[in-house]
Design a protein around this ligand. Structure first.
Ligand SMILES: [Fe+2]
Length: 145
């Protein structure tokens, strides 16, 4: 499975969230590597759990940021987060129950989700935030939330 490559086009312009996105890419790549190295759940399972735990923290932070800035599409965005976590938890549950999980399909899902969600939906948050910020004052606080 090819690595997920980070590039500048994925920056949304909010420092904390951008840092979390990079970390998500790192963890996803670690997971892809673990799949390539082992066939059984031994190594890949804890790495997937670590990724999911990080996703949960990151979603909570991003949702908090959206609420504080008064982002108008907050509810729809949170629904997308819920759909993502629901899908992953279902796969983990299948794994825990000893059902076979299509690892390639899971990787494709993660890859597509991370790139599209960050590149399209999260970017809208950054655009909104930075428009608000520049309209308040050109000398306002740096782009951190
Ligand atoms: Fe998001």
């Amino acid at each position: 499975m090819e690595r997920l490559e980070w590039d500048q086009s994925l920056l949304i312009g909010i420092e904390k969230i951008d840092a979390q996105h990079r970390k998500l890419f790192e963890l996803a790549n670690l997971f892809f590597e673990s799949l390539a190295m082992t066939k059984g759940p031994g190594l890949r399972h804890p790495i997937l759990r670590r990724l999911v735990a990080y996703v949960r923290t990151y979603f909570a932070d991003e949702e908090d940021a959206m609420r504080r800035m008064g982002y108008p599409e907050v509810d729809a965005h949170i629904d997308r987060h819920k759909a993502m976590t629901g899908h992953i938890h279902e796969l983990i549950r299948q794994w825990d129950n000893g059902q076979s999980v299509d690892a390639d399909a899971l990787c494709r899902f993660l890859r597509q989700w991370l790139s599209e969600h960050i590149g399209i939906e999260d970017k809208k948050i950054g655009t909104f935030y930075n428009a608000q910020n520049t309209s308040v004052s050109a000398e306002s606080t740096p782009n951190t939330i």
